[in-house]
Design a protein around this ligand. Structure first.
Ligand SMILES: *Cc1c(COP(=O)(O)O)cnc(C)c1O
Length: 428
């Protein structure tokens, strides 16, 4: 039995001062019927909890740690930056360097603005789209999560979905009404909204690979249809690549699928584990931002020197030749291995993978959208999660999340994980 005495105590104390003991709801692990373990340390592909138990980690801080925990090159860059001063609230050359690197990676990006979280990136991109078009309505997709700003917490995925409330209390009705919801992988549902709201839709925002209802890849043609429809209607197409950016390809899903949006939102990987996000895109749109244009957007710590240093160091590591090939091979070995084991054990399991992110759904039906994701067996996932944790494998505590493989995961880590999965699935 896993001894988590100290985690339990830490959680009890945290609950007195922090609502639910956590600063982000999915961390609470309620959906899988246990309390969270408190983590103390991470190195490479492993994390250790406060009781000293070690785990192979597939959460990677929910995506940012594509090079693993405490990578020496990232730590060194952070230390160097910290010694120079942690924040100025003035422009620095490093921000320009990171913006240029993003522009090199993303064909759709001509200019970039840095913010502190994915939530801010999508919120600001939408304001920019509304400012540029003079329209109010936006279209999002059922099960897609774009952070927790008011207008985007409508039929949202991730924690909102896991905790059974895909929409939130406290969102004014007038705001929610401006958010139209379409079905993922269903271009017809978007066309129907355009038909009804002709020339009133400012933006379509989409996760080009959905990752917050579990991983759901786009059907061939879905992203192209969105591109064609939005062009036809003068609507801004926003790819929320906060999760997929630098993860499914160095150029994100935009490059992987060869579709150019008008705006791209980035986060997670670009901060190398520090709070950093960005939105960027067509120069004529981006120049609508203050101080050049009428759309206001700002941030005291935006483009923070530590976060930018963490991001630059991470992107540099990702540019080493062969990095993505071996990263994707490790992810494929794991995803394919799981699928094979499940088949042998007679457990219905659908594994969806794109690049270095995947999800395993306990269902025998293909998972292609929100509805099919919701058909997956949550109780079975909860038992799987708890048994895997016992076995030393740290997964996201919800079936509606992605698992992330990093460059630090070795063949040995993958083999260990598959061995444990086989034992667990046989007993499930
Ligand atoms: C994580 C995520 C966000 C929100 O980013 P935060 O930094 O948590 O605010 C937005 N969109 C997508 C696709 C995400 O995966």
């Amino acid at each position: 039995m896993l001894d988590t005495t100290r985690s339990e105590e830490a959680f009890r104390i945290a609950c007195r001062v922090i609502p639910g003991g956590v600063d982000s709801p999915v961390r609470a692990a309620r959906a899988v019927g246990r309390n969270p373990v408190f983590l103390a340390r991470g190195e490479g592909s492993h994390v250790w909890d406060v009781d000293g138990n070690g785990y192979v980690d597939y959460v990677g801080s929910w995506g940012p740690l594509i090079c693993g925990h405490a990578h020496p090159a990232v730590v060194e860059a952070l230390c160097r930056a910290a010694q120079q001063g942690s924040s100025f609230g003035a422009p620095t050359e490093a921000e320009t360097a990171l913006a240029e690197e993003i522009r090199r990676a993303y064909d759709a990006v001509e200019m970039v603005r840095f913010v502190n979280s994915g939530t801010e990136a999508t919120m600001s991109a939408l304001r920019l789209a509304r400012g540029a078009t003079g329209r109010d309505y936006i279209v999002k997709f059922e099960g897609c999560y774009h952070g927790h700003s008011d207008g985007l917490l409508v039929k949202a995925g991730s924690g909102a979905l896991t905790n059974g409330r895909p929409s939130s209390a406290g969102v004014p009705k007038d705001v929610a009404e401006k958010t139209l919801v379409a079905r993922y992988n269903d271009s017809e549902s978007v066309a129907a909204l355009f038909e009804e709201y002709r020339e009133r839709i400012a933006a379509v925002i989409v996760e080009p690979v959905a990752g917050n209802m579990g991983v759901v890849p786009p059907d061939p043609g879905f992203l192209l249809d969105l591109r064609a429809l939005t062009l036809e209607q003068g609507t801004v197409l926003i790819f929320d690549e906060v999760m997929t950016g630098f993860r499914v390809d160095y150029g994100g899903a935009s490059r992987y699928y060869g579709v150019l949006p008008d705006l791209v939102c980035l986060g997670k990987v670009i901060g190398g584990g520090l709070p950093l996000a960005a939105f960027g895109g067509r120069a004529d749109l981006m120049q609508g931002l203050a101080p050049l244009g009428p759309v206001y957007q700002a941030g005291t710590l935006s483009g923070n020197p530590l976060a930018v240093a963490g991001g630059l160091a991470t992107l540099k590591l990702l540019q080493e030749p062969g990095t993505y090939e071996s990263l994707f091979k490790a992810a494929a070995d794991l995803a394919d291995g799981l699928e094979g084991i499940a088949r042998d054990c007679g457990v219905p399991l659908q594994v969806n993978r794109v690049g270095a992110m995947f999800s395993a759904f306990f269902t025998d039906e293909p998972v292609v959208d929100y509805e099919s994701a919701c058909n997956a067996d949550a109780d079975r996932f909860a038992r799987y999660y708890r048994a895997m944790l016992e076995a030393g494998v740290y997964l996201a505590p919800s079936q509606f999340e992605a698992a992330f493989v990093s460059t630090a995961h070795s063949g040995q880590d993958i083999a260990f994980t598959l061995e444990q999965a086989e034992r667990v699935l046989r007993a499930l």
